[in-house]
Design a protein around this ligand. Structure first.
Ligand SMILES: CC(C)(COP(=O)(O)OP(=O)(O)OC[C@H]1O[C@@H](n2cnc3c(N)ncnc32)[C@H](O)[C@@H]1OP(=O)(O)O)[C@@H](O)C(=O)NCCC(=O)NCCS
Length: 448
């Protein structure tokens, strides 16, 4: 799945089988290993055909030419006819054969000997792109003159930790099509081993919204409609519509557009009453915040990255999966400092990529713990992505990610907002924690 994965290597040579393993078991294991490698190679071919990553350029000037060129020359070409597509037509799978490929495993492992979630986020975005391109392909499966961007991630739920000692399948399809947008569901499951049920419960479930833009004009481009074949597929689309509608309601209630609800006003007023006495008014001894509380303003952490062409996607913008990985790693670092422990990723909440990040941009990521539930040992980290314009000396926000973590063995303090702006961040975090749970529930319904 990864761009850097090297040739397949056999992790366990057949002659290293334990002495008491029968010849039959060894043979079955070898056959399974061979089958896994064949499936991996086959899936890689499909992913490459519908790849969101550019083909490698042999010379540097070609990259610059593509980045700077004005591709409007084909803008008047005739429209490509639409093709009615089945849900199954877009089915695409990718493999992470950690057991079979030591180089791959090495690239994905973290210092705790577990799988790096950030790397997986990149893979999910890449697969979502491949699924979108496959769905939008013509009747012969050839690429349409459309480019896809990741408009939003509705939710990525980690249901069970991934092990570096297993092989995983990432598989997904389109589950809903609008005019130019489509929703894509992906599940990550361990590949069943001999003696296990053929279909194991997913370790991770993800949901993306991809939007089609005309390759030459950059305008909204209609994508192939979906042919629904039975009631279960109609149900799938219905749940997708429900989630879309729900997201719309949440967007309308955005705190930048509307004041907090009556219930939320009471929440922040109560917070203000509780924390007011903890503020330093300049007289008498300085109040000390209890150990189980932390000011939100003290939980900020930043990073700055220069966006190199190596992280570009097919339409010469910075690949969304890469941005998700950077943001996740910063949020993890922030959470580790907060809890003085090792937090575990639970989910990535609904967010939109509002603007693309250009190659060469200076990207500033700012993370802050905006909400916590000490009683559940969970907390939420918001990571804002801003592009710094060094010439104009200004910054522009492209999006904000919201990561949820748990830390059963660490300290999860109560995060306390102090200013009105922080109160709004707290309410936004609280809302997301609530809506995220609902989307996650609807998503689970889709899996059955
Ligand atoms: C995604 C993007 C093209 C949408 O721009 P826009 O001006 O809102 O586009 P439009 O109003 O033409 O809407 C196009 C479609 O996208 C959908 N859409 C836009 N934003 C969305 C969001 N946040 N969530 C879900 N759908 C969204 C609209 O509903 C519409 O769907 P429809 O055609 O099926 O009805 C724009 O915000 C963008 O370029 N974002 C950056 C994308 C990016 O860089 N991603 C990471 C790298 S790939």
């Amino acid at each position: 799945m990864t761009k850097t994965s090297g040739p397949i290597k056999q992790a366990v040579p057949s002659d290293s089988a334990p002495d008491d393993t029968s010849a039959k078991d060894v043979k079955a294991e070898e056959e399974e290993h061979k089958r896994m490698l064949e499936r991996y190679a086959e899936s890689q071919k499909i992913i490459s055909k519908y790849s969101v990553m550019p083909t490698k350029c042999s010379d540097y000037m070609t990259i610059l030419h593509r980045i700077n060129s004005d591709n409007t020359s084909d803008a008047h070409r005739p429209k490509q006819p639409l093709v009615l597509k089945r849900i199954s037509d877009s089915y695409t799978e990718a493999y992470l054969p950690f057991k079979e490929d030591l180089e791959l495993r090495e690239a994905y492992i973290n210092s705790y000997g577990e799988i790096r979630i950030g790397k997986l986020l990149e893979d999910l975005d890449r697969l979502a792109g491949a699924i979108a391109y496959k769905h939008a392909s013509d009747a012969n499966g050839e690429l349409a003159p459309i480019v896809f961007v990741t408009a939003a991630v509705d939710r990525i739920d980690l249901k069970a930790a991934l092990s570096p000692n297993r092989n995983y399948r990432l598989a997904g399809t389109v589950t809903y099509v609008g005019y130019s947008s489509m929703e894509i569901c992906i599940r990550v499951q361990a590949v069943a081993e001999p003696g296990e049920a053929a279909e194991l419960e997913p370790n991770l479930v993800a949901r993306f919204t991809m939007v089609g833009r005309d390759k030459d004009t950059g305008k909204s481009s209609q994508v192939n409609p979906l042919l629904l074949e039975d009631d279960s597929q109609r149900r799938l689309v219905k749940i997708s519509e429900q989630i879309k509608e729900f997201k719309k309601t949440v967007t309308q209630a955005n705190l930048y557009k509307r004041p907090p609800s009556e219930e939320e006003r009471l929440v922040i007023h109560q917070l203000w009453l509780e924390t007011n006495k903890l503020l330093d008014d300049g007289y008498g001894p300085r109040p000390v915040l209890p150990d189980d509380m932390v000011w939100m303003g003290r939980t900020t952490m930043q990073s700055v990255t220069v966006c190199f062409p190596s992280e570009r996607n097919v339409h010469n913008k910075i690949f969304g999966g890469y941005l998700m990985r950077l943001a996740h790693e910063l949020s993890f670092a922030n959470g580790s400092v907060l809890t003085q422990s090792r937090p575990s990723y639970i989910s990535l909440d609904d967010f939109s990529f509002q603007k693309p990040v250009n190659i060469g941009s200076i990207l500033k990521l700012t993370s802050q713990v905006v909400y916590s539930e000490p009683e559940n040992k969970t907390f939420q980290v918001a990571v804002s992505a801003d592009v710094i314009d060094n010439i104009q000396n200004s910054t522009e926000r492209t999006n904000t990610f919201y990561f949820n973590f748990s830390c059963p063995n660490g300290r999860v303090p109560r995060v306390v907002p102090r200013t009105y702006k922080q109160m709004m961040k707290f309410l936004e975090g609280r809302r997301r924690a609530q809506t995220g749970k609902l989307i996650s529930k609807l998503q689970s319904e889709m899996q059955h």
